[in-house]
Ligand binder design. Structure first.
Ligand code: G6Q
Length: 550
């Protein structure tokens, strides 16, 4: 849709960045900090009470300028406008990309194919409010009249990770008697372990599936339906099952009254859908007011992204730094470490957002790209991960830029816990940046009373190369508004990266091949049909498993 044929790595700004890299690669951040006492203020951006500190990165003003030139040369501004205007920027699927419309709290019209999408969006939000309030107040009850207090979200991928992450992030806002469960995996264990814990009379199942054809979700939904019908009878289904989908026909076919269906649209990508009715479990758990506060936070980030100059734009700077490391330093991975137990599912959520959106090798001009696209993203909650993979982050042979996320105030200010947590996140960023030279390591050991011989023998093991980048997000407290801001920032970062890499961040064709092949293997496992057309290893594994199952 953007018309021009070109290759990103031939752009003038790209070539310039290659030169910048050569000159700058050895520069030490600890020297940059020593030279400039205002570096932290200079390289921080605040939006309300959220601050993005990117000062511990291997950049200076010149590099920043060169990165901004790349954004300009890729016409980023026009592309942001195109997304917000509802243009069909998902070019392989010929769809608009309008998760921003779902949280368009200013309610200005947004048109797709000449039709304003806002009235429908607001209608569904109103329906979510009505339904979630009725359930929470015990007005909409189960078949036997009991209050519905177990919410079971059945979905997978984009229909699971967002609601699961957000429900956990906002656990402190759950109604006292409400409990949320998530079933995604086709592994029967996922279903069994949830069903073992709950009472059918008090359970509401939300089947979340954009297409309503996903085998895992439909299989799990059928199992749960049977479990409920066995306990309460066929008539109970209407009171215990609702669906969130774009596919009314399949919803009806499954046996759910379309009255109990919450609609969304093909301009909402699965991994961008937690702001739609896919977030119904969030609304049920924390209440619609809080759900809307989450939308408000995302809207604030949307407006910042749309209107702030690129040099002062959080998602734009996040993306440019990521590209700097991925394509010029050739770092292949990044880590996201929230220092907040409630954010423990954020890395898993971002894994899908980043790797499914930008894990691509063909550009928008049907050419294989000649540069790196999405890095591997992994992470986990601090401080736990300091005691697992941080060894590699500090001293491994790969440099892995980190994002640290931390609220200044905890929901659980117990004794010194939060101060210790805060000290740890700050220490990690500082240690990664500064490192420790062999001389420093040696002197430290001597001071601590080690013999010279021992200190010499250990000084390399105890040294840290440092110069390892990190960003730090600090905000006041993990509330719905802050969560909305944070997640929207990562969404837009992902979009900017896709624009610069000239790839479609909104399709996911890479997940198809495995699905397709599973369908062909299934009958071979179920019947005694001979294995056909597989490589030797797969055929061997099929036989082995069949033998073991007999
Ligand atoms: C997300 C992907 C994918 C999708 C799941 C579930 O962007 O498209 O993760 O969300 O495959 O799809 P359904 O919602 O259609 O069941």
């Amino acid at each position: 849709m953007f018309g021009r044929k070109f290759e990103v790595n031939k752009l003038k700004s790209w070539k310039n960045l290659e030169k910048c890299y050569k000159k700058f690669a050895k520069t030490q951040m600890r020297d940059l900090f020593a030279k400039d006492s205002h570096r932290a203020e200079k390289y921080s951006i605040s939006l309300e009470n959220l601050t993005f500190d990117y000062s511990k990165n291997r950049i200076d003003d010149k590099i920043k300028e060169a990165l901004l030139q790349l954004a300009a040369e890729r016409n980023l501004g026009d592309k942001i406008e195109a997304m917000f205007a509802g243009e069909k920027i998902n070019q392989t699927e010929k769809r608009a990309v309008l998760h921003v419309a779902l949280r368009n709290r200013g309610h200005a019209p947004i048109y797709v194919d000449g039709k304003n999408v806002m009235p429908k969006i607001n209608e569904v939000l109103a329906k979510m409010r009505q339904f979630s309030e009725a359930v929470r107040l015990g007005k909409f009850t189960g078949h036997t009249g009991k209050k519905l207090t177990n919410i079971v979200n059945i979905g997978i991928g984009g229909s699971d990770l967002g609601p699961k992450m957000a429900c956990e992030a906002l656990r402190r806002y759950w109604a006292k008697d409400m409990k949320c469960y998530f079933i995604s995996n086709i592994d029967g264990t996922a279903c069994a372990e949830v069903l073992n814990k709950i009472d059918p009379e008090e359970t509401l199942f939300i089947i979340c599936s954009k297409t309503f054809t996903t085998i895992e979700t439909l299989t799990n939904a059928k199992t749960c339906r049977k479990w409920l019908v066995d306990a309460l009878g066929e008539h109970a289904v209407a009171k215990h099952f609702v669906a969130v989908s774009t596919n009314a026909k399949e919803v009806a076919k499954f046996g759910i009254d379309v009255e109990n269906m919450f609609e969304f649209w093909d301009f909402v990508g699965g991994r961008y859908s937690m702001w739609s009715a896919i977030g119904l479990s969030i609304a049920l758990a924390v209440g619609m007011d809080n759900f809307e506060k989450m939308l408000d936070g995302a809207y604030a980030m949307d407006m910042h992204f749309k209107n702030a100059g690129f040099a002062e734009n959080i998602p734009v700077m996040m993306a440019l730094l990521s590209i700097w490391y991925r394509d010029f330093f050739k770092f292949g991975a990044m880590a996201v470490i929230p220092y907040d137990q409630y954010l423990q599912y954020v890395p898993a959520y971002l894994q899908q957002l980043v790797m499914e959106s930008n894990g691509k090798s063909v550009n928008n001009e049907e050419k294989f790209v000649k540069y790196g696209t999405a890095p591997v993203l992994f992470g986990g909650a601090g401080t736990d991960v300091q005691h697992s993979f941080f060894q590699l982050i500090h001293q491994g042979t790969s440099v892995i830029p980190c994002d640290f996320i931390v609220p200044a105030i905890s929901h659980n200010e117990i004794g010194e816990h939060h101060e210790i947590l805060l000290a740890n996140v700050l220490a990690q960023g500082e240690a990664l940046m500064r490192g420790k030279t062999t001389t420093e390591a040696y002197e430290e050991m001597i001071k601590a009373g080690k013999s010279r011989e021992e200190a010499v023998a250990l000084k390399k093991y105890k040294s840290f190369s440092g110069n390892r980048p990190s960003n730090t997000f600090v905000f006041k407290k993990m509330d719905p508004y802050a969560l909305g801001m944070l997640i929207a920032a990562y969404e837009h970062k992902t979009f900017v990266e896709g624009v610069i890499w000239n790839i479609d961040s909104f399709d996911q064709m890479g997940v198809e091949l495995g699905k397709q092949m599973a369908l062909s293997i299934l009958p071979e496992l179920q019947n005694n049909a001979a294995t056909s057309d597989h490589d030797g290893s797969t055929a061997h594994l099929i036989k082995l498993i069949k033998d073991l199952r007999q």
